[in-house]
Ligand binder design. Structure first.
Ligand SMILES: Cc1ncc(COP(=O)(O)O)c(C=O)c1O
Length: 1006
């Protein structure tokens, strides 16, 4: 029977029983027939036609459950049952073969299946967990005989059946793995039986959960569907079943499951005992899946679907071998605000009570030793936060600035952990462990180390890898109640490690080791790394002393602040994180709210290096957006000249100084010969302001011509020539002395062919005519050479030349705003106007010239400079200061000596090629344009109509930020991705950018 016959049959039934006139179309379904219904009035439903032989009680139960949930809590995203015209929740209708079927109608929920959509963000998972908890709460007083099924292979509280079939799994290693999971299940079966039954959906797999895009493109939970496996059972089974799908192919499965569980527990708190059951149950659910697949393979050996469908489960089961259950328990408990285990809670209470009575670990009262910090915020070590030098490692003891002996902080984010072992992958922005989990005590090599309380040697190792522990000992201790805990001592002497053996008793106060020197302690300045652990399962071979900030909650539960064992108050060694909420609130309180922040979730950076930025937790971000740090953030040569000059003198242009000449000569050496005079100011705005005055005094005119959507600054005059600002709602409108011409945009503008340069240039004739018509006098033309805020536009070659000819014929001067395009950014040329074969009369420079120090400059001809000297002194207090001249000169030298223009060309071309390859795969990319490292990616919803994809651009930029890559958006519709990094960026960085952008575009395409 064809789909259309089925559809027309059921559309008649629908009209008959519900009185709804609609188009009907079958949906995919396992047993029952589901049909999508779109009524003539636009309402949407799902018509559910139950399989032949379905029991009435079952349909009754499903309808009643939906109605019950909706009545108890309308925020639970389940569909509403639409009663028939006779007011019944379902009816019986004959199908096209004459067989009687139960039929019911549900409202259609928004969204698409979770399985189809990405990313599965932690926020989405928390929301999902919360919705499941609310569903359970709503079903608390629901009962139905149908909930008590007999033997049912998907009842996770009766999963022991897999034991009998594990043998069906062909691969011996996998078979043993599943046996292990099954044995663990047997061990928790008693606890599971003790769990009270609640009403479970019982199949919250990734096709039974719907998600929809929110206003900013983020995915939100929109539906829980298909209650056909409902059952009464322990609540933990529901959570584990959903979890078994959540973890599949998730980039951070442990975090994902913990977020889901936390979301659940926030609504309906789970006990520690319940949380402890979840991980073995989740693995059991996957073991059930793969065992069932193995059975099906026996029945249908040629069915490729079975192999395909089990693959993700196997992938995860393989990966899960490396996840210690105790760590996972700690993670889930920590996510719900609990201690790592019940024992951990007791240990911490005991340690607290004993604080002050432990034997001094370093033989001295640590309260008398000053506290020091190596935090990424306070410390400048290492200078390059992506690669600490050997010398820096050796001088860490003095780096805190409090003398050679000091006590470091617990929970402190640091940039010092740069060795590959701390990173997941080679790239500097790969996930990195940066937060210290112990307390360090800087004392000389050879200082004896004592046990704070009785213990037994658990582990003793000599780890001879740079930036590892060197000599390391772990002691196991017990509280009087018999609860275990461990203390870890790193950076010991080799001799200490050699002299100890596992199982050896060490009594309180015994000196069992000494601090190693640099040759035996991992290459560090001598110090002790002292750490407390409540759980050690899964640690062997690693013993992490630092944590990824995104896993901090878990690791701080496993390895809490050890201050009590050092007889110190916790606060003495606890790192105080920045309160970003407070900073944000205060910013709102003291600054106008149009001082905008980038990103939905704003960033706070504390360090920069080249094209990398570090946030307050030491997470490294790739800066592919900021053009101010032209030669890279925190360039050491600039730091040096700035410090040197500030130590000597910083004064102004009213005094002679050779550096003024050096700076001017550096600038003019790169400029066309006709430009001979330089004015030094503080910003692009001030430079444009001055350029306007130069044009006016030189020509005696006032009127300016400028392209639409241009930007030249925030001061009054610069604002008046910035159409991007004054054309906005409330922008004040165009001054009468400003004439606008269209941007020479060959992608979206009216002229796209070979004659585009000429056609765009002729608009200037019209503008000149308008000036004559209003009896004005032309002063000049100003344009960003490559319009940036206009959408990273590359005008057709010859455009500016033609415009300049017209302007000069009309008596005006030509100003090139090169704030965005000069100083080698374009790779092929030092200036933007060279690309256009145009020769401006006035060139404006800003941002990159000072690499972050405020410097602007105007370069012009001798004639214009002479005209400007009308007897009124030109003076800008800080413009051309000794310091600015030193810095500006050094920036220009760095560009030359580090061959950054060449790098801009090489890396820019590589990036453009990567982006053009993405364009082949993603219809969202309408245009990739750019020269060197001035690049725009124009996103469109329709390539033919070139309709701007504004929402997608905002989504992409925010998603890249989540993945620690900074880019921006530009263009009148804010749909152009703006990529404009410091010129130091390398090939590996842009490859990372392209790969990540590809993944994000794929998410959006779904
Ligand atoms: C092309 C252009 N001109 C001028 C300016 C103004 O420079 P500043 O912010 O240094 O005053 C900017 C700033 O973004 C710019 O992009």
């Amino acid at each position: 029977m064809t789909e259309s016959t089925i559809a027309s049959h059921w559309s008649e039934a629908l009209a008959d029983a519900w009185g709804i006139d609609a188009t009907v179309e079958p949906l995919a379904g396992e047993f029952d027939l589901n049909l999508r219904v779109v009524a003539r009035d636009g309402r949407r439903f799902v018509l559910k036609v139950m399989r032949e032989g379905c029991e009435r009680g079952f349909v009754e139960m499903l309808c009643a459950a939906h109605q019950h949930i909706r009545a108890r809590d309308a925020t639970v995203p389940v569909a509403e049952v639409v009663p028939t015209s006779r007011g019944e929740p379902f009816c019986v209708r004959a199908d096209a073969h004459g067989a009687e079927r139960f039929v019911w109608l549900l409202t259609m929920l928004d969204g698409r299946e979770y399985a189809r959509m990405l990313p599965h963000s932690l926020e989405l998972l928390r929301e999902f967990g919360g919705a499941v908890a609310r569903m359970h709460r709503a079903l608390r007083d629901f009962s139905h005989a149908g909930l008590h099924r007999g033997d049912f292979k998907w009842d996770l509280s009766r999963a022991e059946w897999i034991d009998r079939f594990v043998a069906c799994i062909d691969d011996a290693d996998r078979r043993e793995h599943v046996r292990g999971i099954s044995a663990r299940y047997a061990a928790i079966a008693g606890a599971l039986r003790g769990e009270p039954p609640v009403v479970l959906h019982n199949d919250l797999n990734d096709w039974n959960v719907l998600v929809a895009r929110g206003t900013s493109g983020e995915l939100q939970l929109s539906g829980l569907i298909d209650f056909g496996d409902m059952i009464a059972g322990p609540v933990v089974c529901e959570i584990a079943i959903a979890g078994a799908y959540i973890v599949l192919d998730h980039p951070h499965p442990e975090r994902a499951f913990a977020a889901f569980v936390a979301g659940y527990s926030q609504v309906a708190p789970l006990s520690g005992a319940q949380l402890d059951l979840l991980w073995p149950l989740l693995l059991t659910r996957l073991a059930v899946s793969v065992t069932n697949s193995a059975l099906m393979k026996r029945e249908r050996p040629d069915d490729p679907y079975v192999v395909v469908s089990e693959a993700p489960a196997w992938r995860f089961l393989e990966r899960a071998r490396a996840i210690a259950e105790a760590q996972m328990r700690a993670r889930l408990r920590a996510a719900c605000g609990m201690h790592a285990s019940d024992a951990a809670a007791r240990v911490r209470a005991w340690l607290d009570a004993q604080r002050g009575s432990f034997a001094p670990v370093m033989g001295v009262d640590l309260a008398r030793i000053p506290a020091g910090s190596l935090s990424v915020r306070t410390s400048l070590v290492p200078r390059d936060p992506t690669a600490m030098t050997h010398d820096e490692t050796l001088s860490l003891g003095s780096a805190a600035g409090v003398g050679a002996k000091w006590v470091g902080s617990y929970g402190e984010p640091r940039a010092v952990y740069t060795a590959p072992a701390f990173r997941k992958g080679a790239h500097p922005i790969a996930d990195r462990r940066s937060v210290h989990l112990g307390v360090d005590v800087f004392l000389p090599a050879g200082t004896p180390v004592h046990a704070p309380c009785d213990g037994v040697v658990d582990t003793v190792e000599f780890r001879d890898v740079r930036l590892d522990y060197g000599g390391m000992v772990v002691l196991r201790h017990e509280t009087p109640e018999g609860d275990p805990f461990w203390t870890l001592y790193g950076h010991l002497s080799r001799e200490s490690a050699d002299a100890l053996h596992a199982g050896e008793r060490i009594s309180r106060g015994t000196c069992f080791a000494s601090l190693g020197d640099v040759h035996e302690n991992g290459g560090w300045d001598p110090h002790l790394h002292f750490q407390l652990a409540m759980v050690t399962d899964g640690m062997a071979g690693d013993w992490p002393g630092v944590a990824d900030p995104d896993d901090l909650e878990t690791w701080q539960a496993i390895c809490p602040n050890p201050a009590a064992l050092l007889n110190l108050p916790d606060a003495r060694v606890a790192y105080q994180p920045l309160d970003t909420t407070h900073i944000r609130d205060e910013r709102h309180a003291h600054f106008a709210t149009n001082l905008k922040l980038s990103y939905r979730d704003p960033l706070l950076f504390v360090r920069g290096w080249k094209h990398y930025l570090l946030d307050e937790w030491g997470r490294v971000h790739l800066d592919a957006y900021n053009n101010v740090p032209h030669v890279g953030h925190a360039h050491p040569r600039l730091t040096a000249v700035a410090a040197d000059q500030l130590a000597r003198l910083n004064t102004n242009t009213r005094y002679l100084h050779p550096i003024q000449i050096e700076f001017a000569e550096e600038l003019l050496a790169r400029s066309p010969k006709h430009l001979t005079h330089v004015f030094l100011v503080n910003s692009g705005s001030e430079a444009n302001e001055l350029a306007l005055r130069l044009a006016r005094t030189h020509t005696g005119g006032k009127d300016m011509i400028t392209p639409e959507h241009g930007y030249h600054g925030n001061t009054t005059g610069a604002y008046d020539i910035s159409a991007y600002k004054f054309e906005m709602p409330h922008g004040g409108g165009r001054p009468e002395w400003v004439q606008l011409v269209p941007v020479a945009d060959t992608y979206r503008g009216p002229h796209r062919g070979a004659d585009a340069a000429e056609r765009y240039a002729t608009y200037v004739d019209d503008a000149i005519a308008r000036i004559s018509a209003r009896r004005g006098k032309l002063a000049g033309f100003i344009a960003e050479t490559m319009p940036s805020v206009g959408g990273q536009i590359i005008p057709p070659v010859g455009y500016l030349e033609r415009v300049y000819d017209r302007i000069r014929s009309a008596g005006g001067v030509c100003i090139a705003d090169e704030v965005q395009t000069a100083l080698g950014r374009l790779g092929d040329s030092f200036w933007g106007f060279e690309q256009q074969h145009a020769a401006p009369d006035i060139v404006v420079l800003g941002k990159p010239l000072g690499n972050g120090h405020p410097i602007g400059a105007v370069i012009t001809t001798a004639t214009i400079a002479r005209s400007f000297d009308n007897g009124i002194e030109f003076f800008s207090t800080f413009g051309g200061s000794t310091l600015s001249c030193r810095i500006g000169t050094e920036v220009l030298r760095i560009v030359r000596e580090e061959e950054l223009q060449l790098n801009a060309r090489d890396v820019g071309n590589h990036l453009l090629a990567g982006l053009r390859e993405l364009q082949l795969r993603h219809a969202l990319i309408g245009d990739v344009r750019g020269i060197g490292l001035f690049i725009g990616v124009d996103l469109v919803t329709d390539r033919d109509a070139r309709t701007p994809a504004t929402a997608a651009a905002s989504y992409v930029v925010n998603r890249l930020r989540e993945q620690r890559i900074l880019i921006g958006t530009e263009g009148p519709a804010d749909n152009v991705l703006k990529i404009r990094p410091p010129l130091t960026i390398g090939r590996a960085d842009v490859e990372w950018l392209v790969e990540t952008l590809g993944r994000v575009l794929t998410e959006w395409d779904r």
